[in-house]
Design a protein around this ligand. Structure first.
Ligand code: NOJ
Ligand code: CA
Length: 701
């Protein structure tokens, strides 16, 4: 930790009813208010203009205590922090945490409860949370409702998905706040589709005001507490915390001392600042893993897409239904002839990875239990240690090792978290024995313990237990169908990526993701951390696998390349099949070259729902990579390369949409060109409808 500067400034006693705290630049101001009845509230100004009107705070508890009124201020404190820290991996090498803090000690005399509210104000946003001291009247308490609200100043444009505490796998709707109605959302392809209320949406929500102020409402450092969804009042434009559900009428079981997650409001008049914000990371705790040497950003291929595309492979070894894990002799089952995770096929992927400098091979469907894994709400589906008869784990792990490739473990739990917890030690033992150092987990289906939800407190604790246990064992993790991340990869950087959104796979078997989807995800789901989006699909149309199939990736090939830059993750999959990459080796070169860890990131231009252009410098090198994507509209991007070193000349390789490219009619058309560039050069590139472009820039020695 460098330049740590903490100044305890003020100790003010009793009876203060309002106090302000501003960001270091002064552009953002938070006012805390306590009404005559003792109701706490806050408001936020940006450039002296209100963006959040006075908004309620507090909780309602099961034991009849109402922590929304009747408070008195005991004391307030302020302090300022200015420090820099280095993430283990990330979009930038160094992060600055520069904020002013206001802490208010409150006491509710009627119940003899104490509660602190802490605000941290950064130049691009605000975080606030509630903290409860130990040894007070409320040693244990049960939250049924959090009153925290965000009273907006108008009918802003909103980018939202429905509030479902079991899934984030939706594409975005863009409406005015007054037009939010989750019944309009298509649920096709989502096993856990459940609309909580027509006016309940997921956080983060991205907003844009009529006078072009961008506001992002989310949370940071979610731990031992339910995720925050938002109830929308479409008449007065108020969003209110809606805690994800549990098996009881209590949303959060608390024991003091404890803290809630931070509620975050990012604000800027430039959309690019929202993407560049590090406030959510800054609100998370520093790294708790002592030795992080085992954590390595990487690229992977996988026996994976071939199970998602039509007519190709299966996870299951046999076509049989109604199997009991404990009673089945898997060697006696009749193989279906389509099992993807067979030894020969896995070797083919290992060879492809080795030939192309790809670090890892994910193998799904290697273990017994996939015959009736989904949809039965079944407790004992997988044991995570028994390979199918045609998957020779010893042979494959030594083959992978001989080729310098890592096998990546897959633990689909089918949402039976109880079963996974019981078997976690032996599952990790199996991984260590066979040399696996990373795992992709999955939670498809309704949660067991039955009644709990993917985003509720019990599951939030479960994911945390698994992340910590993997960290203790030197294992990196990629979670699918988990709660969406809230920046805790700062604390546990072995959490490389999550899905927790609608990934590329939807394009293989549903109406898919509209071309604007990838221009919204960085403003929403990715605010909390990297996504395993699985880009890089080159064979765009599923008719390629099955005559008459109309599913397709809603993108051109050049846009698939650009996603490696615009959709940041330290774990990136080259998701298509080796044989498809071999058809387009020149385009695949970009995937081989692109980095997964960065020194510098420049958001060149961005507008949610429309376009994103980002340049990044690969960690420890002078090599730059640029990705530009557009929605369903054509677009010409034009920008200076003024971020390059002025003393160097570089070779730029431009992977652009072909002249006739179009995501529907001609998605596989691209053109590759090279040119010498310097920091004074300007690039002007045409993006097709649903298209994009990727550029690699290497210094010429
Ligand atoms: C859903 C995941 O998102 C996908 O990547 C995986 O292949 C399947 N579940 C099976 O676990
Ligand atoms: Ca999924």
């Amino acid at each position: 930790m460098k330049n740590l500067l903490i100044t305890a400034l003020l100790f003010i006693s009793a009876s203060l009813w309002a106090q302000s705290v501003t960001s270091p630049s002064g552009r953002i101001q938070v006012d805390f208010h306590l009404s005559d009845e003792g109701n706490p509230s806050y408001s936020v100004l940006f450039d002296n203009k209100e963006v959040i009107k006075p908004s309620p705070m507090g909780f309602r508890l099961k034991q009849g205590i109402d922590l929304t009124y009747g408070f008195k201020i005991i004391e307030t404190k302020t302090r300022s922090v200015s420090e820099t820290w280095e993430p283990v991996w990330g979009e930038v090498k160094e992060i600055t945490d520069n904020h002013n803090e206001l802490r208010i000690h409150l006491q509710q005399y009627a119940s003899d409860s104490k509660m602190d509210i802490v605000f941290r104000v950064f130049d691009d946003g605000v975080g606030f949370r509630y903290e409860f001291e130990p040894n007070q009247k409320l040693a244990y308490f049960q939250v049924t409702d959090e009153a925290t609200s965000f009273c907006l100043t108008g009918d802003h444009k909103a980018f939202w998905i429905p509030g479902n505490d079991d899934s984030n796998e939706y594409y975005y709707s863009t409406t005015k706040i007054s037009g939010i109605d989750t019944r309009l959302c298509d649920g096709k392809g989502i096993g856990t589709h459940k609309i909580i209320d027509k006016h309940c949406i997921q956080s983060p929500v991205m907003l844009k005001t009529d006078d072009n102020i961008y506001i992002n409402i989310f949370e940071a450092a979610l731990s031992d507490y339910p995720a925050m969804l938002l109830d929308v009042n479409v008449n007065n434009y108020t969003l209110k915390a809606h805690l994800a559900g549990s098996a009881t009428d209590v949303k959060a079981f608390m024991q003091t001392p404890c803290k809630t997650p931070w509620r975050t409001i990012l604000i800027s008049d430039n959309a690019a600042d929202i993407l560049a914000s590090k406030t959510i990371l800054n609100l998370n705790e520093p790294c708790k893993i002592e030795n992080t040497d085992f954590i390595k950003p990487q690229k992977m291929v996988g026996v994976w897409w071939e199970m998602h595309v039509p007519n190709k492979s299966s996870w299951n070894y046999a076509d049989k239904f109604n199997i009991k894990l404990a009673d089945t002799d898997w060697t006696t089952l009749t193989p279906n002839g389509r099992h993807g995770a067979n030894t020969a096929n896995v070797k083919r992927y290992i060879d492809f990875a080795a030939e192309n400098g790809i670090d890892g091979v994910l193998v799904e469907g290697w273990n017994v239990g996939w015959e009736d894994w989904a949809g039965n709400w079944k407790e004992e589906v997988f044991d995570f240690v028994t390979p199918y008869p045609d998957f020779n784990v010893e042979e494959l792990s030594s083959y992978a090792k001989s080729k310098g490739v890592n096998l990546i473990m897959h633990h689909e739990t089918s949402a039976s978290a109880t079963n996974y917890e019981r078997r976690l030690d032996s599952a990790i033992g199996f991984m260590k024995k066979h040399g696996y150092n990373s795992v992709k987990t999955g939670y498809v289906g309704w949660i067991i313990p039955r009644g709990e939800t993917h985003d509720g407190q019990w599951m939030v604790q479960h994911y945390e237990r698994v992340i910590k246990k993997m960290a203790e064992n030197g294992i990196m993790i990629d979670e699918h169908e988990s709660v969406r991340p809230t920046g805790q990869h700062r604390t546990y950087p072995n959490l490389m990526a999550c899905e927790a959104a609608r990934g590329n796979e939807y394009n293989a078997w549903s109406i898919g993701n509209p071309p604007e989807h990838e221009t919204i995800l960085p403003f929403t789901r990715l605010m909390g951390g990297p996504m395993d989006y699985t880009p890089g699909i080159f064979k765009i149309k599923m008719a390629n696998y099955q005559a008459g199939n109309t599913c397709q990736v809603h993108s051109t090939i050049a846009k698939q390349l650009a996603l490696y830059v615009t959709m940041y993750s330290p774990l990136q999959m080259a998701a298509d099949l080796p044989e498809n990459y071999n058809l387009y080796k020149d385009a695949f070169q970009f995937i081989k070259d692109v980095a997964v860890d960065w020194d510098t990131t420049k958001i060149i231009e961005a507008e949610p729902g429309d376009y994103i252009t980002i340049a990044r410098k690969a960690k420890g090198t002078e090599n730059w990579f640029i990705g530009a994507i557009t929605d369903e509209n054509k677009r010409t991007v034009e920008f200076y390369l003024d971020f390059l070193d002025p003393d160097k000349t570089y070779l730029a390789t431009i992977y652009a949409d072909g002249k006739d490219a179009d995501w529907i009619t001609n998605p596989e058309s691209y053109s590759i060109s090279t040119k010498k560039v310097t920091s004074g050069s300007k690039l002007k590139i045409k993006l097709a409808a649903g298209g994009g472009c990727a550029v690699s820039i290497y210094p010429i020695k």
